[in-house]
Design a binder for this molecule. Sequence first.
Ligand SMILES: *Cc1c(COP(=O)(O)O)cnc(C)c1O
Length: 484
Amino acid sequence: MTNSNQDSKLLLTKEEMKQYGYKIIDHIVAHFETQDSKKPVALATREEMDSLLAEGIPEHPQPPYEVLDFVMNHIIPNSNIVTHPKSFSFVPGPSNYISVMADTIATGFNIFSGGWASSPAAAELEIVTMNWLLEMFGFPKKAGGGIFTSGGSMANLTALVTARRLKCGSDFSKATIYLSDQAHSSNIKAIKVIGFKKEQIRIIPTDLEFKIAINKLKNSIARDRLEGLQPFCIIASAGTTNTGTVDPLEEIASICETENLWFHIDGAYGGAAILSEKGKKLLKGIEKADSLTVDPHKWFFQPYEMGCLLVKNHNWLSHTFTEKPEYLRDIEGNESEINFYDHGIQLTRRFRALKLYMSLKTFGLESFKKAITYAIDSTEKTEEHLRQSKLWEITSPATLAIINFRYNPIDQHLSETQLDQINQSISKKIIDSRDALLVTTLLNDQVVIRMCLINPRTTFEDITTTLKQCEGYAEEILLELIPQ
Ligand SMILES: *Cc1c(COP(=O)(O)O)cnc(C)c1O
């Protein structure tokens, strides 16, 4: 690519585009083929990254393959591989190749997925895929609706803006909102973004299973009413990020009904479990939410970024977000031709529906069901495996696809401080080895190791070899801690 006369139009020739594109596809395919044998963890300091990457604005053209090679050699390897079978931490992003290609199409054709008139088929596809999701979660298809967002955080924010308008109108100075101490931090962020003060947020403690304590929730609502405040919304978790725990959705639904509160469910991590029989039972009551966040870029195997908000009545969104600037005058459609910029915060939106559409059609819903069921089953199998060991203690049993445990050998009688130290060090050592992405969380002030097993390519052997490696580290740490 040397035709600098084309550079001012930012163009490449047909042959150059093909070669460049094929080369990138080769890199991506090679990554899909070989990632299991790579190390999932990237470790680098700001200093190291600065010395590798910091540079001035590139004023002049550079050879394209040099730029590409630099990216492939230095940028891509310095990121965690969240699709790796030993990527156990946070909520991994298992992804799939069809959706990667779908995103490439969406970007290649640069489809504007904001208004009906700009891309009727893209808007229609968002309606079609949204209807699939509405059906999965037992939401009404005719009245219901939703919007694809960048992720769960934006979906939660979109939900709360809607809830605030419908329940509080313009004065929300006395409004109070309820969520558990295990609810995802994005909810607190969203509550702050919509202008609530700290004094309006009620963090309700959880019970021994990390579910929101219903009695305490009721007490809190009653007390707020007695003080002349205006309880307006409960946020329930359908799969907390820490432990996978599902709040008692049916009970919360009935509180919301009697108290006239908005019922939002954050199912960003766990919602997808609706596609398995076990998950369906655990998520009973999810269909009673006014609004529900799910996150296709987690357990629906989509590449980043794709979140989703579902609502019982699509008018709630359009009545909350419709603004009519004069330059959009000519492209207003009728009621049924949805402008998704009227259903959320973004005007210019990428064509997110395409990847869910193409991957669901290509693999079929049954493949997604099997993948999700497999994850739940292998988490339970991991629990059984750990229970048979004298070295490990379960701190939170397999729930959906998350399990928490800690190293606590039965014959050692270690103190809580020692246990915290050991488990922290196990995680540090495994991260330093870069062989598995396995970090700790805090449960009841204990340092515990957390595994999230949503990747359908994670084998039971991936899990047991990682545990074995941890046990080896634990022995070393014990020797240092308590010289025998
Ligand atoms: C991941 C997660 C979020 C945030 O979603 P993003 O896609 O990261 O913005 C919200 N809630 C829960 C329960 C999550 O697991």
